[in-house]
Design a protein around this ligand. Sequence first.
Ligand code: ATP
Ligand code: PAF
Ligand code: BAL
Length: 286
Amino acid sequence: MEILQSAAALQAQTEIWRQNKLRVGLVPTMGALHEGHLQLVRAAARENDVVVVSVFVNPTQFNNAEDFRLYPRVPDADAALLGPAGCTALFMPSVEQMYPQPTVLRFDFGPLEQVMEGEHRPGHFHGVATVVSKLFHLSRPHRAYFGQKDLQQVTIIRQLVADLSFDLEIVAYPTIREEDGLAMSSRNRRLSAEARAVAPRLYQALMLGAGLAQEQAQTPEAVQQAVAEFLAAEPAITLEYFTLADAQTLQPLAGFWPRGRTVALCLAAHLGGVRLIDNVLVTLPG
Ligand SMILES: Nc1ncnc2c1ncn2[C@@H]1O[C@H](COP(=O)(O)OP(=O)(O)OP(=O)(O)O)[C@@H](O)[C@H]1O
Ligand SMILES: CC(C)(CO)[C@@H](O)C(=O)[O-]
Ligand code: BAL
């Protein structure tokens, strides 16, 4: 596995792969890798000839300076995991390599980003779209891999690809969880023992909501209330939002259960200073 640290080195490598008609898979990450990332790398290795994994903690998508400062960074451990998973080239640029000058272009995804993560992290999806566009241009992948744990991100990146006619396929894989249900996340490393002990409640809350959504005995608003109350019973968890949304449009359900649609139950919560997100999907009967 090669380690590339400059944008020029990645572009040069990309050119060679393209000339040799090799299929390129890209897995963008912010590092501190876990099984959720590694499933994406293995899938990319199965479905392409070469695999680029980027590890870059992208400053432009952080709305909270402390969150950026404390984001786990373990480049040597990441590199050791990636070769065996099938990575061909690890792209680990500096901030200066990715942003040689301040950007002026602004991305605005309208209603897709006025809810959930976009609503609660102003500018977040502008930063994600900026860095993902750069990565697409530098590595010119045939396929790019993302996790459904960041459901809104996948939807917005599909929109980005359509709007800018990127000639590539977006591939999404399901959320990988710990045995107790907690969604794997790089930020889990920052949880204290006490916070880690109660963290599975997030998934339990989503499963409670999913069961109630399937029953449809109460309105979406009542289900939202029930899930919020379930989490409020645990003082170590502060819920930032819990939203029942149409999985395709991301718009919150209002008053009724839309027949035959897939509903995304999405939450963000704080546990002892660490912000985690998670979601599950429920398809309603037609
Ligand atoms: N548990 C998971 N299951 C599946 N995919 C995941 C999982 N965790 C992250 N991913 C995906 O891996 C890619 C890189 O995500 P990222 O590096 O932000 O990791 P992360 O674990 O989500 O970290 P954090 O949530 O703390 O930022 C994204 O496409 C993300 O959706
Ligand atoms: C896609 C991504 C690597 C862009 O920085 C990031 O948002 C992430 O890790 O999900
Ligand atoms: N996985 C989303 C990256 C972030 O939290 O900024």
